[in-house]
Design a protein around this ligand. Structure first.
Ligand code: HSE
Length: 336
């Protein structure tokens, strides 16, 4: 194929390596869908010598962000580093340089969503972050595109894979909390600092992004009423089971009396309900719509390849838009 779209990955941890794998495994299929070869040209890492879970050619790696920023041939930057800084700086600089941005970084995006939206608009660039919310589940695409003919009245669900994995195994096997948390880390589900998962910060970041997409209202994650799962005991889980229920960390956002009410907290749900049946690292989201009725979405909410699949989907959407000459005309999630 003559035409090439060059992409840079910022970060090569769980999500970066999962994204790389998606492009490597599905290379031919992706090129056919885009009508151009999508090439990962550079990968930013902190330390070239670090061990990697996936191999990639040595010449792709750099520790210098400016090498990516100043490369006019790189049209798409996928920020997969996590953390607020330097990820925020790198995304804003990439947009200002006219590069389209894909991100899996819910913490950085939720911390300053209006600023990112303004930067993308000012630069005439696309900003996509499907992978930041519920891993592989196409929830942002559903809300921002397929369901736009609806007034959404509520969004709620399980949006953190690590805590769902922990609660599921604690309830099913009586496995100790610390052991299952260690397994969740080894499987690549948990954040670099798992406090973000177990104390509900990660779910609050995702709920902030979902709230903006559903209601056009930005709410900073610090302003979300939040309780994590560290206070959930084995006795609580047994009591829930005796009542035919499961304890799940539920993120929920709805408009009440003209105001957004958003919360993240562990609650009992009926064992046989949509959310009760969602176990392990799976996520599940219910979107209540005034035309479509309730929409139920479920899939893997964490893990390198599932999350990499969502990053790849965003990169491919942008690459297709570049090929079609419509890339700068695509709207981002709007704050109303
Ligand atoms: N730590 C996150 C989770 C990763 O467990 O859901 C995916 O966002």
């Amino acid at each position: 194929m003559d035409k090439k779209i060059n992409v840079a990955l910022l970060g090569f941890g769980n999500v970066g390596s999962g994204t790389y794998t998606a492009f490597k495994e599905n290379c031919e299929l992706i090129s056919k869908k885009v009508g151009a070869e999508v090439v990962i040209k550079k990968i930013l890492v902190r330390n070239i010598a670090n061990a990697r879970r996936v191999d990639a050619p040595a010449e792709l790696f750099t520790t210098d962000f400016n090498e990516i920023l100043n490369d006019a041939d790189i049209q798409i930057v996928a920020e997969l580093m996590g953390g607020i800084e330097p990820a925020t700086e790198y995304m804003l600089k990439s947009l200002a340089a006219g590069k389209h941005v894909v991100s899996a970084n819910k913490a950085a995006l939720a911390n300053a969503l209006p600023k990112f939206n303004e930067a993308a608009k000012a630069a005439g660039c696309m900003l996509r972050y499907e992978a930041a919310v519920c891993g592989a589940i196409p929830v942002m695409g559903a809300i921002s595109r397929a369901l736009t003919g609806n007034e959404i009245t509520k969004v709620s669900g399980i949006v953190n894979g690590t805590t769902n994995y922990i609660l599921t195994r604690m309830a099913a096997e009586g496995a100790p909390y610390a052991d299952v948390l260690a397994d969740a880390q080894a499987l690549g589900f948990a954040e670099a600092d798992p406090t973000g998962d177990v104390e509900g910060f990660d779910a609050a970041n995702k709920l902030s992004l979902l709230t903006a997409a559903c209601f056009g209202v930005y709410i900073h994650p610090d302003d979300i009423d939040r309780t994590g799962i560290t206070g959930v005991t084995m006795d609580d889980l047994k009591a829930a089971e005796a009542a035919d229920c499961k304890i799940k960390l539920i993120a929920s956002s709805e408009i009440k009396d003209g105001k957004v009410c958003a919360s993240v907290k562990p609650i009992q749900v009926p064992a046989e309900s949509f959310l009760g049946r969602c176990g392990s690292e799976f996520n599940a989201v219910q979107i209540d719509c005034n035309m479509a009725g309730p929409i139920f979405l479920q899939g893997k909410g964490a893990g390198p390849e599932p999350t990499g699949s969502a990053v790849a989907g965003d990169i491919i959407e942008i690459a297709q838009a570049i090929v079609n000459g419509t890339a700068s005309k695509q709207p981002e999630t709007a704050i109303l």
